[in-house]
Write a protein that binds this ligand. Structure first.
Ligand code: ZN
Length: 60
């Protein structure tokens, strides 16, 4: 089997991407995929990653 992809890093992303959600951590200098959203009625939502999700609680 010598016809394997020569660059497996392109064929298989190193980490699952959640960019489909379109949200990234708002912590300065972080920018990771944000899985935690915080929002109050009639206000813009704020998004943070797992590491910084506690920062979002101040928006609630
Ligand atoms: Zn973060």
């Amino acid at each position: 089997m010598s016809d394997e992809p020569t660059r497996p890093s392109e064929a298989m992303p190193q980490r699952e991407r959640t960019a489909v959600l379109g949200h990234f951590c708002e912590h300065i200098g972080c920018g990771k995929d944000a899985g935690w959203g915080f929002a109050r009625p009639k206000q813009a939502s704020h998004w943070f990653c797992y590491e910084h999700r506690s920062e979002g609680e101040k928006f609630l």
